[in-house]
Design a protein around this ligand. Sequence first.
Ligand code: ADP
Length: 323
Amino acid sequence: LNNIAVLTSGGDAPGMNAAVRAVVRTGIYHQLNVFGVMYGYRGMLTNDIFQMESKSVANIIQRGGTILKTARCKEFYEYEGRKKAYENLKKHNIDGIVVIGGDGSFNGAQKFSQEFDIPCIGLPGTIDKDIAGTDSTIGFDTAVNTAIEAIDKIRDTADAHDRLFVIEVMGRDAGYIALHSGISTGAEHVLMPERKTEVNEIIEELQANERRKKLVNLIVVAEGDETGGANEVARRIKESCPQLDTRVTILGHIQRGGSPTCQDRILASRLGYAAVEALREGIHNVMIGVVNDKIQYTPLDKAVKAKQEIDPEWFKIVKILAS
Ligand code: ADP
């Protein structure tokens, strides 16, 4: 192993920079040449590849986003595109790649590594925490903390006006941001794709709450929930409970930005280091995660989107603590 490349791909997540830094510094420590690829797979195709030094990653551990930029790349879905990417990597004699991204990026890495002789290591970088083989993903903790901060503020104004707020959080097809932020802010209901919720039952409960003068209500909805998101939930509540002052807030892209939390910086640093060590040991085509505080390798094809079972006890906790 002499020359390795690192890239960030797909949706951005806070902590990606910390992971890039760890890959670069660990590589240089082992006297490897480390190359940065700009704009994910697109940069592999356009040969937007440059050698990085230790100081290229100075002062970035605390920054959200990614200095390597990220993008989605249509051509990479096709063999011809991946071949072009391979040829560009060969020009730099790259013999190992670290891909920081989500399950889509791992699908791409998996195909690439089956077709060509450059080993790939995936690191889970997504705010959604929708990846198997790791207890958390780089960016999740930061996104949840951003959501909590915002929801706490909404609660203040909800309280002042006795309003009901339906708040939509991100997470694509996963409900973890909703579940964690909902429990942490004392929401009465958390709606997420992993569990069907009847809006009618929520309406009945809201009417009961009103009778006992519980006037502040927070409902957290995951964007991927099958009810159709916060606007739809609020529309149905307004229809049945016109007396309630119901408002909607969609938190949106605020959840992707900001300085990563301690937990995300640690996870990113540990995984970036582990990625280089794995390449040096000849470990190929795995995603590296942390499970029960231990580094764990998962074959790239097994790391794709995990519709994890969520323990029903969590919903009991939501219900009991908000009653
Ligand atoms: P994420 O990594 O956040 O899940 P995407 O699903 O957009 O994001 O995937 C990022 C990129 O990975 C895509 O734009 C594409 O270049 C590549 N990719 C995703 N799925 C595949 C696939 N099945 N085959 C080849 N490349 C893929």
